[in-house]
Every structure is written in C-alpha cells, then in structure tokens.
Design a protein around this ligand. Structure first.
Ligand code: PMP
Ligand code: GLN
Length: 393
C-alpha cells in the first residue's frame, strides 16, 4: 500500500517519536507474566481516606465538569502546600492550575512557551514526554548530560549548551531516572544561567517528597529572583500513590500560569472533577503519608541496590524517586534494550532500558532502570530470580 495512503498518514510533528517505552515494557510484563520492575507505579494504593473522599465526591454529585483551572479547594490546598513546605505565597485563583497529571502540565507549558525553532535545554537522561512535547511544539532539544557514576549537573556543559535561540530550560529535580537531587550550589548556577540568558524555567518536581538520606529538595521557584520566570509542575501521583488518578498542578507567576492555562484549556479543558476534592483532602490531611512513604522507599532502595550489586553490574544509588539505574554492559548484550527484551525469559523480570532517554548513545547504551516502588515480597522475588538466572547474552 502506498505510504501516503490515509491509513498510514501521520503529521510530520510525530516523525521519529517512538511509542513510550513504559507502555512497551509493561505490556511485555503482562505478556510474559514477568515481575514488573519497569514502569514506575506502586503496588499499593495511597491513603484510604483519600479514596473515601473521592467516593464521597462522586456520591454527592461532583461529577460534571470542574472549572478549567481546577476546583477552588484543590487550588487552595496546592497553595497551602507550597506555603507550608516552601514558604511560597501563591494566589490560588491566579497562580495555580490543576492539570491531568504532571504530563498535561508539561505539555501545556511547552506548547504555551516554545515557538518553532526555539531551543529547550533539558537534562539528559530525560523523561520521555519532554522530548515528544518539545518536538510537537516545534522546538529543538539541547540535552545536558548527567553522567554516571554521580549523575551531577555539569555546569560548564550547561553553559555551553545555551545559544541565542534558547528560550526554555526544562529542569527535573528530583530526577527521573537517575534519582539526582540538585543541590543549592547547582541550582544557584542554573539560576545564574537563566538570569543571564533571560530563560523561562519549567521545573518538573513530581518526586518532591520522595527524597532520601536527609537530602533536601529545593524548589527552583524559591531561589532568589526565580519565581517570576519559573513554571513549577507537580502531581499527586507519586506523592500519594495514586498514579492512575492523573491529578497534577502547575504553579507560578500569574502571567506564566495564564499562558499555561491558555494551552491547557484546549488539551483537556478540565480534569477529573471528583478526584480533585479528594486530592485537596490529601494535601491538607495526609502529609504523614508521604513522609512515611519516603522512609519506606529508602529501605526498598537499599534492598534492591544491594541485590543488584551482587550481580555483575555497576549500580548507581539514587538520592530520590522510585528508581535505581545500573549498567549492564558486562553481560555482553548490544544494548540495554536487547538485555531488557531478553530479561523476562532469562529471569522473569522486566526493567526499563534507559537508552531512549539519551541523545548521547554511548552514555545511555547499557543503562537500565529498575523500580523499587513495589511490595517488599515482589522485590525479594525479583532479586531471587535475578540471582538465580544467567544474565549473559
Ligand atoms: N515527570 C516525571 C519526571 C515523571 O516521572 C512522571 C511520572 N510520574 C511524570 C512527570 C508524569 O506524572 P503524571 O503521572 O502526574 O502525569
Ligand atoms: N513516570 C513513570 C515512570 O517513569 C511512568 C509514567 C508513564 O508510564 N508515562 O516509569
């Protein structure tokens, strides 16, 4: 059939964007019955009281369109959370927008702020939706690589990546997949670059509460002079273990939030009405949940890192998130994808090849990401299977 037949036609803006590796690897886990240490979702749901609040919202008739910007009590709860944790003073009516997960916040921010040909600085390895949405907005990504074993931000590389076409700096800290938490020194240097080149900073902070070892998450918007140029994105998915609810938010100065809203209203218009009051309740009443979750995840991180370390791979212990990265070069596979495609048969386990999060193919080739946001028995069984298997090509 000719390739321009309507059945095969797609717009140029999708050229070269492959399907998300998370869906591919979760489908592989379902197909093979392997343990899924790939996609980042917890085995256990968040607090019962939050589910009850959602049921109550549904039963009390909150089932029609919410306002496009989000229900007032959730916008107030987001502002309250930013004030309590970070000392930020947000106007819930003009500086907070509720989105369909952080994913929609990222999409709306990039569509709102990137013109065709604009360059966007992005930390590599990057979360896959960033590159897809930069391309859909017509932008050009300029990756700045976090290199193993420490995955710190190389400030010289960051400065060298800026050009006179750079418009947006897309930050992610705590960082998926490396677990890097940018420290104050790094953030100050990023702020200096943003100031010097007059950049808008879009910062994805969905793992803000899942930080280990006493490390501190510093929201970029709290740095001196940065609030007015920063679009901050977060989500209830990771903080409250409701990844399937897709309730996120964007905060920032009135003008940037208005710009994000201008795009967001044409994406989904509005997001899950009865889930919003439930997440408002979560933000106001359930801070103990995410404090405990971070501690539990720290123990699980240690368990999985120890288990992986006993195998023939380099393991990079993360400071945060759900994920640990390892290097599997010694097993003799061409790349991480080949390793991960063989892994269900070799060991009955699924992991994520991180190479799709890199432009620098040498750096990404053999990196594999493992999720530890799973029940302890699942991690135990995963480690047992990996130990028992021959993982060589
Ligand atoms: N950003 C990062 C860095 C993520 O890991 C994820 C996955 N939670 C998202 C954004 C998407 O968040 P959400 O599920 O709220 O759309
Ligand atoms: N954020 C999750 C991860 O990094 C998955 C999100 C998704 O599947 N798009 O694994």
């Amino acid at each position: 059939m000719p390739s321009n037949h309507p059945e095969h036609r797609t717009a140029d803006r999708l050229d070269g964007i492959r399907g998300t590796i998370f869906s591919e690897m979760s489908a592989l886990a379902v197909r093979t019955g392997a343990l899924n240490l790939g996609q980042g979702f917890p085995d256990r749901d968040g607090p019962e009281s939050v589910v009850d609040a959602a049921v109550q919202a549904m039963r009390s008739g909150r089932n029609q369109y919410a306002p496009g910007v989000g229900v007032p009590e959730l916008r107030r709860a987001v502002a309250g959370h930013q004030a309590r944790h970070y000392g930020l003073d947000l106007d819930p009516d003009r500086q907070v927008v509720i989105t369909t997960g952080a994913t929609e916040g990222i999409a709306a921010a990039l569509l709102a702020l990137v013109n065709p040909g604009d360059e966007v600085l992005v930390m590599e390895p990057y979360y896959d939706s960033y590159t897809a949405m930069i391309q859909m907005a017509g932008g050009v990504r300029r990756p700045v690589t976090l290199r193993a074993p420490d995955f710190r931000l190389d400030l010289d590389e960051l400065r060298a990546a800026v050009s006179d076409r750079t418009r947006v700096l897309l930050l992610n800290s705590p960082h998926n997949p490396t677990g890097t938490v940018l420290d104050r020194g790094e953030l100050d240097a990023v702020a200096a670059v943003a100031r010097e080149h007059d950049l808008v900073v879009v910062t994805d902070e969905v793992y803000e509460h899942l930080v280990f070892d006493g490390n501190e998450h510093v929201p970029f918007a709290t740095l001196p002079g940065m609030f007015d140029r920063t679009v901050s994105i977060s989500s209830s998915g990771k903080t409250f273990s409701f990844t399937g609810w897709k309730v996120g938010w964007v905060t920032g100065p009135t003008s940037l939030v208005r710009a994000v809203m201008a795009a967001k209203q044409w994406l989904t218009f509005t997001s899950g009405a009865p889930l919003q009051p439930a997440i408002a309740h979560a933000l106001e009443e359930e801070s103990a949940y995410y404090e405990a979750l971070a501690k539990e995840l720290e123990v699980k991180r240690d368990y999985l890192c120890d288990g992986l370390r006993e195998l023939d791979m380099d393991v990079y212990v993360p400071q945060s998130t759900y994920f640990v990265t390892s290097d599997v070069a010694r097993y003799g596979f061409k790349d991480g994808l080949e390793f991960c495609l063989a892994l269900p048969e070799m060991a009955g386990v699924v992991a994520i090849p991180s190479q799709f999060f890199y432009d620098d193919s040498d750096e990404g080739r053999h990196k594999v990401r493992w999720a530890f946001c799973k029940d302890h028995e699942v991690l135990e069984e995963g480690v047992r299977r990996l130990r028992a298997a021959d993982l060589h090509a």
